[in-house]
Design a protein around this ligand. Structure first.
Ligand code: NAP
Length: 279
């Protein structure tokens, strides 16, 4: 039996925590497998995929800047990935190399775990940002039947993403924010504001309903200033680490046919890594 090999590819790729997470699951499941990071420059993407095919590696995660370009390199793009305009995971189905996206599922899975039944009666979602993470959150929340408003510093980017994703999603500039907060059942920050080294997200949460959920996809630090402010107001919160973990669960399952366990130990290992501790 040859060792099954999986990768995460991006450019740059040094920051990725996926090797830590998948390495943990591989050890837990006792699999003869490896998961490595590979820095792949945009011009080298076709060669990497050719290498993956030739060696029959079991697949890879795909991150910036390859999420769109890799669609041309696989045999089939899953409908969900096509609709999102982003592939973050590649696996084999028989002899067909499939490009899919597990980010929206990962986002929703963790939301469901944190607040079971949260979507009963929820009608509107307000998403801050219009980049890659916004794409997944908007797709997932619309899929649950919520009307989605995207607000972004660059209004044109929010409008363009909304028009790509289609019905039920509207794009705005940040000037629309104050008017949208009061109707939101869930507020999701997908901007990089609040991330270590970035300014905090400066937003008055007072207009939000007491029943609203505040979800920050930023996971470094784990408790962002936005989540602190939401907790102080007594609102329900969701941190960003769970989305990262649960999009990984989907990928692992597609490669190895095994659902990996999300243990408190795994979360602690990742938290320690984010906080720069060695465990
Ligand atoms: P991205 O595609 O580069 O988008 C960044 C977004 O942040 C854009 O909407 C950008 O607005 C906005 N932004 C950046 N600086 C800003 C500022 N100073 N003021 C206002 N808006 C600002 O990035 P991404 O991939 O979506 O990632 C965004 C964050 O989500 C990062 O912290 C990332 O680590 C996190 N993330 C988490 C997960 C997870 O699994 N938890 C997954 C993906 C990403 P403009 O369009 O105006 O530039």
């Amino acid at each position: 039996m040859t060792t099954a090999r999986a990768f995460v590819i991006g450019h740059p790729i040094g920051h990725s925590r996926s090797p830590l997470m998948h390495g943990y699951w591989i050890a837990q499941a006792g699999l003869d497998a490896t998961y490595d990071r590979r820095d792949v420059a945009p011009s080298a993407l076709p060669d990497f995929i050719a290498e993956l095919r030739a060696n029959r590696w079991i697949g890879c995660n795909v991150t910036i800047p390859h999420k769109l370009a890799v669609m041309d390199e696989v045999d089939v793009v899953q409908d969900v990935a096509r609709a999102m305009g982003s592939v973050n995971c590649i696996w084999w189905e028989g002899d067909t190399l499939v490009g899919g996206n597990t980010d929206a599922t990962g986002f929703l899975s963790y939301l469901d775990i944190c607040h079971p039944g949260w979507d009963k009666g929820a009608r509107r979602a307000l998403i801050l940002g219009a980049g890659g993470a916004a794409r997944a959150a908007a797709y997932g929340l619309r899929d649950r039947g919520l009307a989605v408003d995207l607000c972004n510093r660059t209004a044109a980017r929010a409008r363009s993403l909304a028009s790509h994703l289609g019905a039920g999603i509207a794009g705005h500039g940040n000037d629309a924010l104050p008017g949208l907060l009061a109707d939101a059942d869930i507020l999701v920050n997908t901007t990089s504001l609040g991330m270590t080294g970035q300014p905090p997200l400066d937003l008055d949460l007072a207009p939000l309903k007491p029943s609203a959920i505040v979800n920050d996809v930023v996971y470094a630090p784990l408790e962002t200033p936005l989540l602190k402010a939401a907790t102080a107001r007594g609102l329900r919160t969701v941190d960003g680490l769970g989305m990262l973990i649960y999009q990984g669960v989907e990928g692992f399952r597609s490669w190895f046919g095994v659902t990996p366990e999300v243990t408190p130990e795994l979360r602690r290992i990742l938290e320690d890594d984010i906080q720069g501790k060695t465990s």
